[in-house]
Design a protein around this ligand. Structure first.
Ligand code: ADP
Length: 485
């Protein structure tokens, strides 16, 4: 089964969030599941730098006059994975991140930069590479979503038997652009309807995926249900209900090569479920590194992620004084919303010995935080899957999460009955409400005073495996349903 995976990011070459972790781990797991995966990526400098033995496949005639070359090579950072990369420096080589410029605004030509990704996918499905053509084009998030529209509208499916799968990693980021761009995007006016890619008078890349793909998936079973409701549907719940039979949730995995406290090169000491002593050394080292009180018994909470309202930072700000009052400590790593960053800076300044804040993106520090902390906080308003709670489980840092999306699918609260049944793995609260989170925090403190029970919950979480092989088997089954065995 030849599968072309199309995405804007891939770990370890380019990552702004969970999308990259997924697209970085899935190809190898798909190969183990019997598929022949290749990836298609935009030529951001770090991606081109990671491409070896590149040859030119074809030049792409874009709809907006850019000269671009499609190259094929291998990504040695991903075990030699075969990758098509769009070499178009005028579009991809510039300051900022893949989506935003240095001032935090979307790049003005994002419609072109990501339409090209869809156009290149369509070209490959139409035989641009005479040696290899995909049977399935699997695109991820709005950046790659136009691939589905180009393929459906060109009749590629019926002619070439190329099928499409579109995975939503976050429904809230939709890629909306003004309608006068339609011709530039090489999209017919007939597609600009409520059943096509029109969304409240705008062109929606997200809708191109939802409306035109043969199958739509998202990254957890709970999120697949939630996005069919007005509360979590971001205005697209009607379409998702309509396409319900084609929609499924496949839970992300954890890449055991990257996230494994027994082998993690970023840690001062390694540990595993049978030998936990190294975790205490990691805690002491992080307290020293970040200037926290060197107190081994202080319950250490951590949060790694985007500082966005979605991630529940307002709740955390409300609960932070309680964490400190109860003798806990808190470490935060992330960046995002300027107002939230400032509020967190103020909170950290008010409690310098108990709260440490690092603004920025730091992969090694993220590993050190999961290893050092006792509790990983993920109090999200919504969470398609969430990876940090799974990293917390793996590293013996009990997740404290809101019962939503993938968080609900991966963490079991320490209620008395779930403790008795030996299934509890963390702390879960229901509504997006500071009081509820506060109570969950108090449960964490209460359990911490019972070391034997704490250890039992910790060991259970560490022994769980959210492997990519399970997810890959489900994706492979979906591809087979579309293409045949
Ligand atoms: P998102 O909604 O941002 O995709 P996920 O939990 O699915 O959230 O994935 C976030 C990924 O990005 C995780 O691998 C997390 O460790 C990583 N991450 C987020 N922010 C940072 C940061 N500031 N520094 C290092 N890693 C980060």
């Amino acid at each position: 089964m030849r599968v072309l995976q199309v995405s804007a990011e891939i770990y370890p070459l380019l990552k702004t969030g969970g999308l990259a972790d997924v697209t970085g781990a899935l190809p190898a797991a798909l190969a183990r599941a019997g598929c022949e995966p290749r990836v298609l990526l935009p030529g951001f400098p770090s991606i081109l730098a990671g491409l070896s033995e590149a040859t030119e496949v074809t030049s792409l005639h874009t709809s907006f006059g850019e000269r671009t070359t499609l190259r094929l090579g291998h990504l040695s950072a991903l075990g030699g994975l075969a990758a098509y990369v769009i070499d178009a420096p005028a579009l991809y080589d510039r300051p900022g991140d893949p989506y935003l410029d240095e001032s935090g605004q979307p790049h003005a030509d994002n419609h072109r930069r990501f339409a090209l990704l869809g156009q290149a996918a369509s070209a490959l499905a139409h035989g641009a590479d005479p040696r290899w053509a995909p049977q399935v084009v699997h695109s991820h998030d709005w950046h790659a979503a136009l691939a589905n529209a180009y393929l459906a509208l060109s009749g590629a499916g019926s002619r070439n038997h190329v099928r499409t799968v579109y995975t939503v990693h976050n429904l809230a980021y939709q890629g909306l652009f003004p309608p006068y761009l339609l011709p530039e995007l090489r999209l017919p006016a007939s597609a600009f309807t409520i059943d096509g890619l029109e969304f409240h008078g705008q062109v929606s890349f997200m809708k191109a995926g939802l409306a035109y793909a043969d199958r739509v998936t998202t990254v957890s079973p709970s999120y697949a249900r939630e996005i069919q409701t007005p509360e979590a549907g971001c205005g697209l719940d009607g379409l998702l209900r309509q396409r319900q039979v084609l929609l499924s949730g496949i839970l992300n995995g954890v890449d055991n090569e990257v996230w494994n406290p027994g082998r993690d090169p970023h840690l001062v000491a390694r540990y595993d479920v049978a030998r936990l002593a190294g975790k205490a050394r990691c805690k002491a080292a992080l307290q020293a590194e970040l200037g926290l009180e060197p107190e081994p018994k202080a319950l250490l909470f951590g949060i790694v992620g985007r500082f966005a309202e979605q991630k529940g930072l307002p709740l955390l700000l409300a609960v932070l004084p309680d964490i400190v009052r109860l003798g806990g400590q808190l470490v935060l790593l992330g960046s995002g919303d300027a107002g939230l960053e400032q509020a967190l800076r103020d909170a950290a300044a008010a409690h310098p010995a108990e709260v440490a804040l690092r603004i920025g993106y730091d992969e090694p520090l993220a590993h050190r935080i999961f290893a050092a902390t006792d509790v990983t906080l993920v109090p999200s308003r919504y969470e398609p899957c969430g990876l940090t709670q799974m990293y917390g489980l793996r590293y013996g840092s009990l997740p404290l999460v809101r019962r939503v999306g993938g968080l609900a699918d991966t963490v079991v609260d320490c209620t008395l009955e779930d403790m008795a049944d030996a299934v509890a793995t963390g702390f879960v609260f229901d509504s997006f409400d500071a009081d509820q989170m506060r109570r969950a925090v108090r449960r964490a403190f209460a359990l911490y005073t019972r070391p034997a029970q704490w250890r039992a919950v910790q060991r259970r979480g560490m022994s769980q495996r959210f492997g990519w092989d399970d997810a890959a088997r489900q994706y492979a089954a979906l591809y087979r349903e579309l293409v045949g065995p």
